[in-house]
Design a protein around this ligand. Structure first.
Ligand code: GLY
Ligand code: MN
Ligand code: MN
Length: 355
């Protein structure tokens, strides 16, 4: 954590404010180590203060030894204000994409004459490149997802509901040490598989269905995210055709993604193949996203992303084709950017499972 605080301070040196208020939970945890659900950090060139309430004071002292922990009473803004005065902060940076308008208005009034300066993505940029400790946890989170996929293959059959499949996946991952799913599990079968984010419903699996399973584990605070699509019973020609195109696009992207590329260039690796085969209009989402304390984070692998890929980033690669009234396919893996290319973190087979 000390290294993270030091890296943050390097970033702060170039900013037009003399202290940063960190409120976003993942950012707060990343910089301080504190996992509680309430509290904020005040970070300056010399000081690091964690302000939280009675429920979390003891935990914060244990988890965030590099921070001076201050307990607030009934009014958190009052305590923040006292700390701003104590630390001599005149211009306070705040997370512009996180603070609500309500809190901003309160702070504006309470903290005057301290000036509020919008700060953008400072901690998020640091979080995009993972350290060794994070990579080790992400590997385990990915393995949990792989193990859950192997497990669920024996559970998929006609007559089982999408919701039961989701529940079984979640039970399995939690029994293996996950705190929860990393997002609402997607089980989209039959025509529902054309819904890219078809969260599990009461629909029963039927013979001939495509079944898209998109899920992940939240393990020691970190998210994994895998998608596989299988067929129940015989696959039709059309199902095979679509599956093969998505697979070709995904494998091509995995083979060629490397550091130095922009998110846009990475996205094009898969998108160009899908477009050439005539399905460009049916791949309406981006190729992937960073993965870490939060399920969707920097960098973005999309047609408009200028993010530059760097070693240590962990991203998903997840092309898909979705045809309303017919169904859809997505194949998603988690990968670590290395010095020369990638290392796959999820390793489940991508043969078209016909169950
Ligand atoms: N289900 C969220 C994602 O794959 O990005
Ligand atoms: Mn996913
Ligand atoms: Mn994803």
């Amino acid at each position: 954590m000390q290294k993270r605080l030091a890296r943050l301070r390097q970033q702060l040196a170039d900013q037009p404010f003399d202290g940063l208020l960190v409120v976003k939970p993942e950012n707060r945890r990343y910089i301080s180590g504190f996992t509680g659900t309430a509290g904020c950090l005040l970070v300056t060139a010399e000081d690091a203060v964690l302000i939280t309430d009675f429920r979390y004071t003891e935990q914060a002292q244990e988890q965030a030894p590099d921070f001076h922990v201050v307990q607030h009473g009934t009014s958190a803004p009052e305590t923040i204000r006292s700390e701003l005065i104590r630390l001599g902060i005149k211009r306070l940076g705040f997370e512009k994409d996180y603070l609500t308008y309500g809190l901003y208005s309160t702070y504006l009034e309470k903290f005057a004459p301290v000036e509020l300066v919008p700060a953008e993505g400072i901690v998020e940029k640091l979080r995009a490149v993972k350290d060794e400790e994070e990579i080790a946890i992400l590997r385990q989170a990915a393995k949990l997802a792989d193990d859950a996929f192997s497990h669920i293959l024996g559970y998929l059959k006609p007559g089982v509901s999408e919701r039961d499949v989701a529940l079984e996946l979640e039970f399995f991952m939690r029994r293996q040490g996950a705190a929860s799913s990393s997002f609402d599990i997607i089980v989209a079968s039959g025509v529902r598989s054309s819904l890219p984010h078809g969260v599990a419903s009461g629909k029963l699996l039927e013979k001939g269905d495509f079944v898209t399973l998109d899920f992940g584990a939240l393990y020691q605070g970190y998210c994994s995210d895998i998608t596989r699509t299988v067929v129940l019973g015989e696959a039709t020609e059309k199902q095979r055709e679509i599956y093969e195109i998505v697979l070709e696009a995904q494998l091509h992207a995995l083979q060629h993604i490397k550091p130095g590329m922009t998110g846009q260039e990475a996205d094009a690796l898969a998108r160009d193949i899908i477009r050439e085969k005539g399905y460009g209009d049916h791949f309406g989402h981006s190729l992937g996203h960073g993965l870490g304390l939060y399920i969707h984070e920097e960098p973005r692998l999309s047609a408009v992303s200028n993010d530059v890929l760097q070693p240590g980033m962990v991203v998903t690669v997840e092309p898909g084709i979705y045809i309303p009234g017919f169904g859809g396919v997505r194949i998603e893996d988690d990968v670590l950017l290395t010095d020369s290319g990638i290392e796959r973190l999820t390793g489940s087979s991508k043969d078209l499972f016909i169950l």
